[in-house]
Ligand binder design. Structure first.
Ligand code: Y39
Ligand code: FE
Ligand code: FE
Length: 230
């Protein structure tokens, strides 16, 4: 029989696991809640896509309920105050862009950065999740690819006039992602998720999205380097 690498069994009911889960689960719940409201806001800005954006918003609301169930299932109370603080800067930037009518920046923050972050987190979480959370997360991550794709398609169709705003928004917001990843590194590790794997998966989704939208490899390299030292 071939030898297989066996992951050490995770004790999902240990205090150390539950403590880390109370923050990561809260981040995910808060993220889904903000994604719901972000897509509703974007629907207000783009009346011609309002129905589709409302559909995406409703998916986010379902995700939120799914992850609340995951916390309940492990008897964990999510630390929502921590999670609101965690998203405050990114959320503030989205809100400002919305108030200034900058739909391109809204797309970059929600549909590219936050979706790529979600895809990375969920892909890396699935193999180490408890069986209940694994099932839920497998369903959710499929939706997140659709959300990323919606943003890509819109930005691709408006590439020339969006390019400068995308570069500026990337410069403003990508450093926040590295900071956010550093902030969860320890808790993620307790759940069995390595920061290197998260960064790798994030960069793959984000870089592929930028390529599909129309950026050259050279431009993608330049954009990806922003904030690497955050
Ligand atoms: O589009 C979405 O559904 C995104 C809101 C969700 C963001 C989830 C952010 C997850 C970060 C978790 C960090 C764990 C290492
Ligand atoms: Fe979601
Ligand atoms: Fe999403």
């Amino acid at each position: 029989m071939p030898e297989v690498a066996v992951r050490p069994e995770q004790d999902f009911s240990s205090e150390i696991y539950k403590d880390a889960y109370s923050r990561i689960n809260a981040i995910v719940i808060e993220g889904e809640q903000e994604a719901y409201s972000n897509y509703l806001s974007m629907g207000e800005m783009l009346p011609e896509h309002k129905d589709e954006l409302t559909t995406l918003a409703k998916m986010e609301n379902r995700h939120k309920k799914g992850f609340q169930a995951c916390g309940n299932n492990l008897n964990v109370t999510p630390d929502m105050a921590f999670a609101q603080e965690y998203f405050a800067q990114l959320h503030g930037n989205f809100k400002q862009a919305y108030e200034e009518g900058k739909i391109v920046t809204c797309f970059l923050i929600q549909s590219l950065i936050i979706e790529a972050f979600a895809i990375a987190a969920y892909n890396i979480y699935i193999p180490v999740a408890d069986p209940f959370a694994r099932k839920i997360t497998e369903g959710v991550v499929k939706d997140e690819y659709k959300h990323l794709n919606f943003g890509e398609e819109w930005l691709k169709a408006h590439f020339e006039e969006s390019k400068a705003e995308l570069e500026a928004a990337n410069r403003e917001n990508l450093p926040l992602v590295w900071k956010m990843l550093n902030q969860v590194e320890k808790d993620a590790k307790v759940l069995g998720m390595e920061k290197e794997a998260l960064v790798e998966d994030f960069m793959i989704s984000y870089g592929e999205a930028l390529a599909n939208i129309g950026f050259s490899t050279r431009e993608i390299m330049k954009m990806s380097a922003y904030g690497l030292t955050a």
